[in-house]
Design a protein around this ligand. Structure first.
Ligand code: SAM
Length: 381
């Protein structure tokens, strides 16, 4: 397995004058560790910012993270990996990546609770998509990029189901990857740390498939056009992109949900808390973004994701039942930092809003759902 870290952090490990090559960094790591270190993705393009290193043999991911982050900077002015990407802050009992908060990248927690929520959400997505991980029917990928891997569930499943395929997950936060031997033995799965709001460092025409799921809260609102262009650029001709986004504007089709409901207030406040920074409505324009980028064979759909088991149709009822548990946690996880820290809502007021919103989400008569948008597109050959 491979861990990637932004080159500017790796530079901090080495007293050599900048710029430093990936190979020199690798050699320095090897010297300090006594373990084989192989730079990968070390083209001059990727060396500008993100360099991944294959460090072996190490027993576990946790050991590797601890190991890499324990190397001290020779330059006391420069922060080491710990300080920059691993440092977390606690807000009302939840842990956030400090780097993300400081740089307005993501306002979502990165703790075990959130990783667990994402794993459960992945199970719901598996049901919603009938266990199809890759949506285009004629896609047999050799190289896959997962943008914002989170707890790594989707990337892991793809790597497991397609053993010949190399899967690379990129995330600003390394915190939620499980410390799990299953992940560690998978030679075809790599995780890298990078900010996807910045131009991709992968070479052009590198991937057969790029997956981007639930990234609305992390990709800057003004970045989406260039984000899709970057995805297109790193796709091989004929390669596919698949996008999945929940629109966190709670809906009901029976007219019973009004602006007075806590669920509606939750949605409205969440949107306004990141106004001008993130586009939480981006799900509604995935199709337009793909078409505008010149992708072909574009298809899109909206699937209502029931917040509880109100549907009469057994399959949707089952999905709603599973989603009920996740919704309880999602309402807090997604909104805690934005509402209390960005909108300065007192915590007890926040808690009252969440308590009421949870009750409403669990009320079958309201028949609430989140619109789940899915879109695919293909790079012309
Ligand atoms: C809601 S989670 C979704 C995780 C995963 N895609 C899934 O569907 O389970 C969003 C993930 O994207 C990451 N993220 C958000 N903004 C990012 C950015 N600008 N660059 C890299 N990762 C980002 C977060 O750290 C988080 O792990």
């Amino acid at each position: 397995m491979v861990l990637g870290f932004p080159a500017n952090c790796l530079r901090a490990l080495c007293p050599c004058p900048l710029p430093i090559s990936a190979h020199a960094l690798g050699a320095k790591l090897m010297e300090q560790t006594g373990r084989p270190v192989v730079p990968i993705e070390a083209t001059s393009k990727s060396a500008e910012r993100t360099i991944a290193f294959h460090v072996s043999p190490l027993r576990s991911l946790a050991e590797r993270l601890t190991f890499l982050s324990s190397i001290r900077s020779p330059d006391s002015q420069t922060e080491n990996l710990d300080e920059t990407y691993r440092h977390t802050i606690t807000v009302h009992g939840r842990e956030y990546q400090k780097y993300s908060i400081d740089n307005e990248i993501s306002f979502q927690p990165v703790d075990r609770d959130e990783a667990n929520r994402l794993e459960l959400q992945n199970k719901v997505f598996n049901k919603v998509f009938d266990n199809r991980l890759i949506f285009p029917r004629n896609c047999e990928p050799q190289r896959v990029l997962d943008c914002g891997h989170g707890a790594g569930s989707w990337a892991f499943q793809v790597a497991e189901n397609f053993p010949e395929c190399k899967v690379i997950g990129v995330d600003i936060s390394p915190h939620m990857i499980p410390d799990d031997d299953d992940y560690d033995v998978m030679e075809n799965l790599e995780f890298q740390v990078d900010d996807l709001n910045r131009p991709f460092t992968f070479p052009p025409e590198d991937f057969d498939l790029v997956n981007s799921r639930m990234m609305a809260a992390g990709i800057d609102g003004s970045r989406w056009t260039s984000y899709i262009q970057d995805i297109k650029r790193v796709l091989k001709p004929g390669g596919w992109v698949q996008l999945v986004e929940i629109y966190f504007n709670v809906q009901s089709d029976n007219g019973s949900l009004t602006e007075k409901h806590a669920l509606r207030q939750w949605s409205t406040k969440l949107m306004s808390s990141v106004e001008g920074v993130k586009d939480l409505r981006v799900g509604t324009r995935l199709r337009d973004l793909l078409l505008a980028a010149g992708l072909k064979e574009v298809e899109s759909t909206m699937i209502p994701l029931p917040l509880c088991e109100w549907a009469s149709e057994p399959r949707m009822r089952d999905i709603g039942k599973d989603n009920r548990k996740i919704t309880r946690r999602l309402l807090t996880a997604v909104a805690l930092y934005p509402l209390t820290q960005r909108l300065h809502m007192p915590h007890d007021e926040f808690q009252q809003l969440i308590d009421q919103a949870q009750k409403e989400a669990e009320s079958p008569s309201l028949k609430t759902y989140f619109p789940l948008y899915v879109a695919i597109g293909r790079k012309p050959s």
